[in-house]
Design a protein around this ligand. Structure first.
Ligand SMILES: Cc1cc2nc3c(=O)[nH]c(=O)nc-3n(C[C@H](O)[C@H](O)[C@H](O)COP(=O)(O)OP(=O)(O)OC[C@H]3O[C@@H](n4cnc5c(N)ncnc54)[C@H](O)[C@@H]3O)c2cc1C
Length: 516
């Protein structure tokens, strides 16, 4: 039954759509089968209350500009509602800090901290570019073959080209924790707390956890037009990016079928032969590409019996404990955040008063509890984009950490209590938030798992850390987007270079398939 021309992509998340678009542009016959009623995965914009829309992933800072250009996202409908957003580090007394691309302002900030911030941005941007330079590379295998050696050599050269002092500093800090680096550079607690969030959102780590400098660099590593880590908001929410990707893929000839969950990947001997949907329909294909996370792909869809036991064990051991909950509020009117103008309400707002506060917030989740005093990244995208809410109304979108996937008390017990904690947190900064709220939605990591098929509710389909990066992602022997089964590939965030709305995993996977 194998159709050697057909390529089936399981999942129409942004990476699956990028992969589909590149393959279809190269003349391949591509069918995307997406379980949900709409494409986009965690980047889809959806109505969470009548007339109010939001997307789980809410800020754009990693989208690869080459992909944007190659797939003509603008002519396929993408427009940006706001770009170059500042980060406002919220203080309960209204004395906030405004953190921009190369300066920081606010009451109580010393001239030393202001100067140190410029230097911090200089070296972090430079180091982030080393990591960003790897995004569009297929990770090398550890062999003596020419291409692998060249790729490794290029990486070493990039590090060497940082210059002697910066290279030493890069090697010193890349594996250590963000708390220590912030302490070395700054005094102001609010500034340190807010900057630590760049390292921690979407991870199972606190400021003192190893690797947290690496994750901060990863967040800044995109080439999304502007300064390193520059943040923008797409008009229509993040779903506008995935809708434009879907349009590009369809224009190139790909077929996209929503409402089509895949039950299993079919095998003909040692070769993939297609997929079977939950309704029993079979689609023949000699190439199957999975945008689902690696564990789901191998353990649930392919079946561990079809791979070596050692490989299955490694896949099963991928660390993927989601910790981020997502809050959407439908607001009757703009909330009154103490000390913020309406213009500032449109910026990226962060609640992380100090690194010590953040570390304490993280501690809870190690023991299966949610934070008593969480941290949050908040946006009110409707300030820039009125299409997200009815006339004159607003949407608040917040990532709230730490909320572990495995809550000891269980989320059916814990969700209402956590919602109260979250409202108490927001009320300390915006006292009228409760009365302005007409509807709300809190997505715990378990909700994200069941609704969006994210194993563990994890942002990156598997923890982003040095031991799960580059040629170790998702696991050795499949880091080149190819599973150890003929015809099966990965293309999602669980592969190099990880999660975030970037598209590189999808494009790299397409390149590997096209080069075959
Ligand atoms: C709370 C939260 C907030 C985030 N905020 C941001 C942010 O502000 N900015 C940012 O850049 N990133 C953010 N992220 C990360 C980002 O959303 C993900 O890294 C990204 O969506 C991964 O894209 P993907 O295409 O690889 O996978 P996904 O978006 O997970 O898409 C995978 C798709 O595969 C489908 N699928 C899975 N199994 C099957 C099956 N059996 N059959 C058919 N289809 C299937 C799913 O339905 C889904 O549509 C956030 C993540 C979370 C959880």
């Amino acid at each position: 039954m194998t159709d050697s021309r057909n390529i089936v992509i399981i999942g129409g998340g942004h990476n699956g759509l990028v992969c589909a678009a590149y393959l279809a542009k190269a003349g391949r016959k591509v069918t995307v089968v997406e379980a949900a009623a709409q494409v986009g995965g965690a980047a889809a914009t959806r109505e969470f209350a009548p007339g109010y829309r939001a997307s789980v992933a809410h800020l754009l800072y990693l989208l690869d500009q080459e992909i944007n250009k190659d797939l003509a996202l603008e002519s396929n409908g993408l427009s940006i509602a706001a770009s170059g957003l500042d980060t406002v580090a919220l203080a309960a007394d209204g004395n906030h800090l405004t953190i921009g691309a190369d300066s920081v302002e606010g009451a109580g900030l010393s001239s030393e901290d202001k100067a140190a911030y410029k230097e911090y941005r200089r070296f972090m941007s430079k180091f982030a570019a080393v990591i960003g330079g790897l995004h569009n590379q297929v990770p090398p295998r550890i062999t003596y073959e020419r291409n692998d050696l060249i790729t490794l050599g290029k990486l070493a050269l990039k590090v060497r080209l940082l210059g002697r002092d910066d290279m030493r500093e890069f090697l010193r800090i890349a594996g250590i924790n963000i708390h220590d680096i912030l302490k070395e550079n700054f005094d102001n607690p609010l500034l340190k707390g807010a900057l630590s969030m760049d390292a921690l959102l979407g991870t199972f780590s606190g400021p003192r956890s190893n690797n947290s400098v690496f994750t901060a660099l990863h967040r800044m590593s995109g080439n999304n037009a502007g300064a390193a880590g520059a943040v923008s908001i797409p008009a229509g929410g993040m779903g506008a990016v995935t809708d434009a990707l879907a349009a590009a893929a369809t224009r190139a000839g790909a077929e996209i079928r929503t409402g089509s969950p895949v039950k299993q990947i079919l095998m003909d001997g040692m070769q993939v032969s297609g997929v079977e949907l939950t309704n029993g329909e079979q689609i023949a294909a000699a190439t199957v590409v999975s945008n689902a996370d690696p564990r789901t792909t191998i353990m649930d869809l392919l079946g561990a019996r079809n791979v070596e036991a050692g490989f299955a064990r490694k896949i099963n051991n991928i660390r993927a404990k989601g910790n981020a909950a997502k809050l959407h509020l439908a607001l009757d009117d703009l909330p009154g955040f103490k000390g913020l103008s309406q213009e500032q309400l449109g910026q990226r707002l962060v609640i992380a008063p100090s690194v010590e506060y953040v570390e304490l917030a993280f501690n809870h989740c190690k023991y299966g509890e949610y934070s008593a005093h969480p941290v949050a990244e908040i946006t009110i995208p409707s300030v820039h984009d009125s299409s997200l809410a009815p006339d004159g109304k607003h949407v608040l979108s917040a990532i709230v950490q730490y909320a572990p996937h495995e809550l000891g008390a269980g989320w059916s017990e814990g969700k209402d209590a956590f919602m109260k904690v979250v409202f108490d947190l927001l009320s300390a900064y915006a006292p009228d938030i409760r009365e302005k709220t007409v509807a709300s939605e809190l997505l715990t990591p378990q909700d994200l798992e069941s609704e969006f098929r994210l194993t563990g509710g994890h942002w990156h389909h598997g923890e982003l850390a040095l031991d799960q990066f580059l040629m170790l992602r998702p696991v050795p022997k499949s880091a080149q987007y190819r599973a150890p089964v003929d015809g099966l590939y990965f293309c999602g965030a669980g592969c190099h270079p990880g999660g975030g709305i970037m598209g590189s995993a999808g494009r790299n996977a397409a390149n590997v398939i096209l080069a075959k």
